[in-house]
Design a protein around this ligand. Structure first.
Ligand code: F6R
Length: 244
């Protein structure tokens, strides 16, 4: 496991985009695991700039997003389908048939989640999984609990997550209560994991992930058992670590 601490979120974005670009240059048909939320936006902007400068080609890459809300349509302004279009896909040359995002509107969510895991396996598994981290230590929408759930599944969002994500919606009432999320098993099976965290409000989650017990109460702590994981942090997110 490696931890790098940077001065600014912009530096993290450049470092993350450089690692993703290196992955694509080494293996143009890489399978990327992608995240949403505020944290990866500067990284996506850096990737878009690399693509627009002619340096980075996504045409052979495949992507699987971590999660989607249940019960909002893909074109809803707050859906993760829409987020990915707006923040990345509409600016790069990834082939639409290689883009995968969990279906939050499936009639049978369990069957659709199972098919999502199967699609990842048949694509050869995720080469590089990009992650953010929730204030409660969630990765994907794997919320604190008594177990690590292996496969893609429907989750009930915690009050902390609903509160944190209400900034994207008109009010807390409008935040969906459920989501479909990749499980911890698929995240852990990724060949490399890149976790980004910025801001002092993430410091406790980062501390528990890196220095607490490995426990489903802080889901990100499982990453410490992954053979190839890199944490890219800014000073705020690293501020409660005793060593790095
Ligand atoms: C997003 C996701 C979440 C976020 C986390 C942090 O696809 O799965 O785990 O990474 O909630 O969100 P931000 O970056 O908005 O603080």
């Amino acid at each position: 496991m490696q931890t790098h601490v940077f001065q600014t979120a912009q530096q993290i974005a450049k470092a993350a985009a450089t690692l993703i670009a290196a992955q694509l240059l080494r293996k143009p048909d890489s399978v990327l695991g992608l995240a949403t939320g505020s944290t990866p936006i500067p990284t996506y902007q850096a990737l878009i700039a690399m693509h627009q400068s002619g340096m980075l080609d996504f045409s052979r890459a495949t992507s699987f997003n971590l999660d989607e809300y249940v019960g909002i349509s893909p074109d809803h302004v707050c859906s993760y389908h829409r987020y990915m279009q707006d923040n990345l896909f509409s600016h790069i040359n990834m082939s639409p048939d290689r883009i995968h995002i969990p279906d939050g509107n499936a009639a049978d969510v369990a069957a659709s989640a199972k098919a999502y895991d199967a699609a990842i396996l048949s694509a050869g598994g995720i080469d590089l999984q990009l992650l953010g981290i929730g204030h409660n230590g969630h990765i994907g929408f794997n919320e604190p609990g008594h177990e690590f759930v292996y496969g893609c599944h429907q989750v009930q969002l915690s009050e902390t997550t609903i509160k944190a994500n209400q900034r994207f919606f008109d009010s807390a009432q409008d935040v969906p209560r459920f989501a479909v999320s990749l499980g911890i098993g698929s995240i852990m099976q990724s060949r490399q994991v890149l976790l980004l965290a910025t801001g002092e409000d993430k410091a406790e989650a980062v501390r528990m992930a890196l220095e607490g017990d490995v426990s489903p109460q802080w889901q990100a702590s499982i990453l410490r058992t992954h053979p190839d994981v890199i944490f890219l942090l800014d000073k705020g997110a690293a501020s409660r670590l005793t060593h790095w």
